[in-house]
Every structure is written in structure tokens, then in C-alpha cells.
Design a protein around this ligand. Structure first.
Ligand code: CA
Length: 466
């Protein structure tokens, strides 16, 4: 049945820890994602979409509220979301949208931490599991047999099938995959078996010319992955370098296998839209809560403000307004998503939201004064097993300045242990892989001054005074 309403439907598909450089539309050298590529080919690909804090719960809170973490209260994984605050889904629901959240919530459970603003929600507890997951359907526990990515897609399709066809909808489908421990389904278990996945350029980074924070981090492929990650015992009698390569192959292949399932399942959603005649009037977004290190710098995981974890994949298809095959380098931030949806729904944006609607960029009308710098802050100080020190910084189109301030500063999930504060400056034009900290190089002294001014301007602008 043809829809009468003119407001777009919104399908927001977000995976967990899917780096843009593991998507063929972003030029992946290691896998193919034909269904995700459909969204990019038929819509827009953002090459500079960034998260404002590269970790699961804080990024999710920023997306739902359009506010930075010191404002929405979720600075670390230890902070639970207060669902009484304003969110994009509440505003859309008040406006007459049917709303649903299916999959990963990861912002706390029970009482004021349960999802609000959704007519229907069915969420994984915490991180959830890959096989036979338990979910909380409107708070009630149920176990579903099968593979999590298939199940979340089935639930999403079922919800869309049962919707009122005369009202617009927003569906948030939040996959668990490809989060650790990277358990593939049967269908993809043998994919890449006889293939050698190339190692990234910075695989053997020795962290010289970098901060102590980079050296201290415990997310190294050769040292910090476990047998649970490999699913088998590592072979003996290999040289250190051979063993590191073996570990990388085990890790990256499972990571790519769970992504293959996401790609298939996104294809099912797109096919459903085609069959129902919903393609024209539905905005489909694919993103991930942050990026990830895929052996880059010898690491897995995220947290750092370095490019691989800072960058989010962000592709959007909306045939009514976005030209197919659009590619942009204009900055987009996770705090911008909420305002973008409200803009397209024709709803006024509440004052407390701190982002900017991406609509002009999506439609090829980027204003002259569009954002060319962004503020980042990672609050968890040394608390996780990965031992990444707290830091904040600014990224501009050419440079990145990072300040590891060396203390917990009151963040709930932080270790009260101090480090000597350190600065890093990268010239991304000359050093795109961020291998050489030029903070103390005299030829960059003016750049440092300019960037510090910009950093403190941004801190002020987002009201982060600590
Ligand atoms: Ca994540």
C-alpha cells in the first residue's frame, strides 16, 4: 500500500565496533560488503564522520541525545543513561512517529535506565551474546534460538510488518556484531579459510615518536588477545613475528565473518523496503558506534583519538533528497545525527542539542561556515583492561592535537592514578597513519598555538569546563 505521509521513515542500523576500513565502499583491502555498498552507492558516504568519544555506551548516548557525554551523563562504560532526559526518539514519538529499538542498548537496565521513547523495544542485556541470545522484550526476558544478527533482523522485519501503514516510523536496529569475541555463524564459519588477509601498513608499529599512553595501552594483537578470541590454542614453535601474524589472521577473519552476516542481513532489510515500495520514502542509515583498530598500530579495540577508532562509517540513502553516489569529506559527528533526523521530520530542534543537522551536506549545499574542527574526549582513565589514559583533543581538516591530561578528573569509571601529562600533534597530510608526533618540532610551534586556541574554543562551545 502506498504511504500517504510525507515525513520520511527512518531506519537507523548501527553495528558495534565496525571500522569503516572493513567496508568495500570505504575502500577496504580485506573484505567485500555488497549490501552496505548499496546504501553508499544509492546515497551518500561520509568520509569524515567522527565519534566524540570512541567507546560503546558514550557514543550511543551522544547519538540519542545529540549532546556530548559530559552533558548526557554517560562519560564512561560505568555510567548508566538516565532515560528521563530528552532524546531524538521521544521527540519523534511525540510527533506521531512509530518508534522501535531492537538489539544493543548498553546504557543500563531497570528503572530509569530502561529505554524510553520507543513504542517497542527488545534489547540485549549488556553486550549480549552471538548464539541463542537472551533479550528483554519491553523488560521481559526471553531466549531466542539462533544467531544474533539474524534474530535482530527478523525482529526488525516483524516489527515493520506489523506497523500502522499510515504513520511514519523510526526503527533503530542495533547489532551486537562485530564486537568481541567475534563468534561467526555457521554459514560464514569457513569464509576466508584459504585466504591470507594482508596486514595493515602500521602492523609493526613500535610506538616510538609517540606518547607513553600509546606504549602503555594493552590492546596489542601479539600480546593482549586471548585463547577465547582465537577459539583454538596458538601453535608452538613459531617465531614471535610468525605468531603475531597467526594471531592477526585468527582475529581478523572472525571479525570479517561476523561482518559478512551483518552485510547479508542489511540486504534483507533493503530487499524488504523494495518489496513494500518503501525505498523512496525511507532514510536508511548504516553506521557503527565508533571505529576500531584492525591490526593498525599492532592493535585491536578502540578508545584512542587516532583515526582508525575516531572515524565512524556513516552512509545514508534517502532517494527523495540525496543524490546517488554522493561522497563528502565534510565533517559529521555522532552528536549531529539526532538533529538531522528531526530536520528531515520537520520538527524544531530543542535548544539543548549540541550538534548540527547534516541535511545541507547530504543535499550538496554545504554552507561556507561548515564545521572544520571537532572536539573529542575519552574519559575512562586506565580503568579498562586496555589501559588507555584519558585524553581530549581537536581534529581539524589537516591536524590533530591530543592532550593526555594524566588523571581521572572524577570520571566514574576511571582509575585514580596519575601520569605525566603529554601532548601529541599529527600532521595528517604528511603523516596520515599518525606515526610521528611533531608536537615538539619547532617548525610546528605556531600550529600548536593555533590548535590550542581552537581546542579551548571548542571546549567552551560544548561547555566542557573540566
Ligand atoms: Ca562499540
Amino acid at each position: 500500500m502506498e504511504q500517504k505521509q510525507t515525513k520520511p521513515n527512518i531506519i537507523f542500523i548501527m553495528s558495534d565496533d565496525h571500522a569503516a576500513h572493513a567496508m568495500s565502499c570505504y575502500g577496504s583491502k580485506i573484505n567485500e560488503t555488497p549490501n552496505l555498498d548499496r546504501i553508499a552507492d544509492e546515497g551518500i558516504r561520509f568520509d569524515n564522520a567522527f565519534c566524540t568519544n570512541s567507546i560503546c555506551a558514550p557514543s550511543r548516548a551522544a547519538i540519542l541525545t545529540g549532546r556530548y557525554n559530559h552533558m548526557n551523563g554517560v562519560k564512561t562504560l560505568g555510567d548508566k543513561f538516565d532515560s528521563r532526559q530528552q532524546t531524538v526518539q521521544k521527540i519523534l514519538q511525540d510527533d506521531g512517529y512509530q518508534t522501535a529499538l531492537i538489539g544493543k542498548w548498553h546504557l543500563g537496565h531497570g528503572g530509569i535506565h530502561n529505554p524510553t521513547g520507543f513504542d517497542y523495544w527488545n534489547v540485549l542485556p549488556g553486550q549480549g551474546v552471538y548464539h541463542d541470545p537472551q533479550l528483554y522484550e519491553m523488560g521481559e526476558k526471553k531466549v531466542y534460538e539462533g544467531y544474533v544478527t539474524d534474530i535482530l533482523t527478523d525482529l526488525s522485519l516483524d516489527w515493520m510488518k506489523g506497523r500502522h501503514k499510515d504513520k511514519p516510523f523510526m526503527l533503530m536496529c542495533h547489532h551486537k556484531a562485530p564486537h568481541r569475541p567475534w563468534d561467526p555463524d555457521k554459514k560464514h564459519a569457513h569464509m576466508y579459510e584459504d585466504v591470507h588477509i594482508p596486514e595493515p601498513e602500521t602492523f609493526n608499529d613500535d610506538y616510538s615518536n609517540r606518547s607513553e599512553a600509546a606504549k602503555e595501552a594493552k590492546m596489542r594483537i601479539d600480546r593482549d588477545l586471548t585463547e577465547r578470541d582465537f577459539k583454538v590454542t596458538p601453535p608452538e614453535h613459531l617465531s614471535d613475528q610468525e605468531l603475531k601474524s597467526w594471531k592477526y589472521q585468527r582475529y581478523i577473519k572472525d571479525y570479517l565473518r561476523v561482518i559478512a552476516s551483518i552485510d547479508d542481513n542489511v540486504g534483507r532489510i533493503l530487499d524488504y523496503l523494495d518489496e513494500e515500495g518503501l525505498t523512496e520514502n525511507t532514510m536508511v542509515i548504516y553506521t557503527s558506534d565508533q571505529g576500531f583498530f584492525l591490526g593498525d598500530h599492532g592493535w585491536f579495540d578502540k578508545r584512542f583519538m587516532y583515526e582508525e577508532s575516531l572515524r565512524m562509517p556513516f552512509i545514508v540513502r534517502y532517494p527523495r533528497a540525496i543524490q546517488p553516489g554522493t561522497v563528502t569529506k565534510d565533517f559529521a559527528l555522532n552528536v549531529d545525527f539526532a538533529e538531522t533526523f528531526l530536520d528531515y521530520a520537520g520538527i524544531e530542534v530543542p535548544e539543548e542539542m549540541q550538534g548540527t543537522s547534516l541535511r545541507p551536506v547530504m543535499e550538496g549545499n554545504t554552507p561556507d561556515d561548515w564545521q572544520t574542527s571537532m572536539y573529542y574526549r575519552y574519559w575512562e582513565h586506565l580503568s579498562s583492561e586496555h589501559k588507555v589514559g584519558a585524553h581530549y583533543g581537536v581534529r581539524t581538516t589537516r591536524y590533530k592535537l591530543i592532550y593526555y591530561y594524566g588523571e581521572a578528573l572524577g570520571a566514574s569509571d576511571a582509575v585514580d592514578e596519575s601520569r605525566t601529562p603529554e601532548w601529541e600533534l599529527f600532521d595528517l597530510e604528511k603523516d596520515p597513519y599518525e606515526m610521528n608526533n611533531v608536537y615538539s618540532d619547532p617548525s610546528y610551534s605556531e600550529t600548536v598555538v593555533t590548535l590550542k586556541t581552537e581546542l579551548y574554543r571548542l571546549k567552551e562551545a560544548v561547555a566542557d569546563y573540566e
